[in-house]
Design a protein. Structure first.
Length: 510
């Protein structure tokens, strides 16, 4: 049994500082605490300290004096022997900040953590601005805790220690059995300075490889092919495709070309692969070895494909990827807009470039004819409501795109050719707001031959009566009706023209 030196705090009053310092380092826990308390209060103008010594509030404030004076040994004693847990934690916090060596602090933390399992976390979380190398070992021990929340908390704190990922943390990420926690840890790792180490993990880990790729992609990481070559050699083409980035080397171009050939032959989805391959083509990193390769490389590099390669380009119209089909059709339209396959893709995609080229060509009549099918179906015989709405959902944007392409190309069409669309727009199937959004009415008016024939003028009156003409259509209505001699206009047609002119005048005066 350790012999007590002091019976109470009062007995320390007449003891000199040297003796108190010695007592703080050796002896009974109570004596060591009392010695620290006396050294805390000595020389302080405090009148509220009782016979039992400074209370916890005073001790917490007075610890600052120890910290400022770098009283490491006294801070260690308080951290270990003060009876109040909060004061012990406070002393540890100051100790780790001011200790010239982390070893004493580490020892105290380990001893205290045996009594308070969360203390290491609390110290780190309360003082994030300091380097907590002294606590790394404590945190690493908790990476193998049975409780997933403890493992998560430990990994979060360890990731905050610096830009590198220590070996113990790397191992913990690999063996983590909770999928959610493993993804979170991988995300932190991918954002660290050690992110490239995950490339090696792609070939070494038994499980979690897909999560590694997701984490690296989520962190915006990409790597040259030379770094990913071991992954490619291991057969994980999907991982290489996701992680490959510019600048692209010739080996990268050759690998991507091989992957593209295989994907096209097998009909696989190639969205990400296509992006990488296009980047390599634009950088000139791909060397074609056949005409099929040459057509593909030129197309994705954004260069003109000569007409001599049109047969090879035409084969790409059957490619499994929509973007590749569209690019091939767009390029082919430069040489052969009359191709039914090219026209079908241009119309299905409502591609402005292809529609404009078609509208300017000698085949412009077939463009309008291609857009009329749905209109004839809608007006030929009544359709079930759901079928009519579905047909209109597809037809309205198509009509608008085609009519505008023809108008922009300077074309005019006789009203008889446009009448099926006009009649469909006047049916109850069409909601007025759909007309505003699609701008199809304006496009139809602009495309109509001038002067506007009586049937077209009557249609405008009907559309106005059914509240299907709007202020945004006014300029087109004014121009179209204005192309007719005033004496040829019926009274309601003239009234319609005057109402839109009045509206224009009011707007100009505002």
């Amino acid at each position: 049994m350790t012999v007590r030196r002091f019976a109470s705090y009062a007995e320390t009053a007449r003891v000199d500082d040297a003796t108190l310092r010695a007592a703080a380092q050796d002896g009974a826990a109570e004596d060591r605490a009392l010695a620290c308390w006396r050294l805390m209060t000595r020389g302080q103008a405090l009148t509220t300290i009782g016979a039992g010594g400074p209370d916890a509030g005073h001790r917490r404030l007075l610890l600052l004096n120890f910290a400022v004076a770098r009283e490491v040994e006294l801070l260690e004693a308080v951290a270990q022997f003060d009876p109040e847990p909060a004061i012990r934690r406070e002393a540890l916090g100051w100790l780790i900040r001011v200790a010239p060596s982390p070893v004493p602090a580490m020892l105290r933390v380990r001893e205290a953590a045996a009594e308070e399992p969360d203390l290491a976390f609390e110290l780190v979380e309360a003082n994030r601005q300091f380097a907590w190398d002294a606590l790394a070992a404590e945190l690493e021990l908790r990476l193998s805790a049975a409780d997933v929340a403890t493992r998560a908390r430990a990994s979060d704190r360890l990731f905050e220690l610096g830009d590198t990922v220590p070996p113990a943390l790397r191992s913990a990420v690999e063996v983590e059995v909770n999928a959610v926690l493993q993804r979170s840890m991988l995300s932190r790792w991918a954002q660290s300075a050690d992110h490239a180490a995950l490339i090696e993990a792609l070939t070494a880990w038994v499980r979690g490889r897909e999560a590694i790729v997701q984490a690296l992609v989520g962190a915006g990481r990409s790597y040259p092919f030379e770094m990913l070559a071991p992954v490619a050699a291991a057969g994980d083409a999907a991982a290489v495709t996701e992680l490959l980035g510019p600048p692209y080397s010739p080996p990268a171009g050759a690998w991507l070309l091989g992957q593209m050939r295989a994907a096209l032959a097998e009909g696989r989805d190639i969205e990400v692969l296509l992006q990488r391959f296009a980047g390599a083509c634009r950088e000139g990193a791909v060397s074609p070895v056949s005409d099929d390769d040459a057509a593909l490389v030129l197309l994705l590099a954004g260069e003109d494909v000569p007409s001599t390669l049109s047969p090879e380009l035409s084969r790409l119209l059957q490619a499994p990827h929509r973007t590749l089909r569209l690019l091939a059709a767009r390029e082919l339209s430069r040489h052969d807009i009359a191709s039914p396959a090219v026209q079908a893709i241009g119309l299905a995609e409502l591609d402005e470039e292809m529609l404009a080229r078609w509208a300017r060509s000698d085949h412009h009549a077939s463009l309008l004819a291609a857009a009329l099918g749905a209109a004839r179906e809608l007006v030929a015989s009544p359709l079930p409501w759901s079928e009519a709405l579905s047909a209109l959902e597809t037809a309205l944007p198509r009509w608008s795109a085609v009519l505008w392409a023809l108008t922009t190309a300077g074309r005019r069409a006789p009203w008889e050719a446009l009448q099926p669309i006009a009649e469909a727009l006047a049916t109850e199937y069409v909601e007025p707001l759909q007309l505003v959004d699609s701008q199809v009415v304006v496009a139809l008016i602009c495309l109509s031959e001038r002067p506007l024939v009586p049937a077209a003028r009557r249609w405008l009156v009907v559309m106005e009566d059914r509240s299907r003409l709007f202020s945004g259509d006014g300029w087109a209505v004014r121009e179209a009706l204005g192309s007719v001699p005033a004496g040829d206009l019926e009274a309601d047609e003239l009234e319609l023209l005057q109402s839109f002119r009045e509206e224009e005048r009011e707007l100009s005066e505002e």
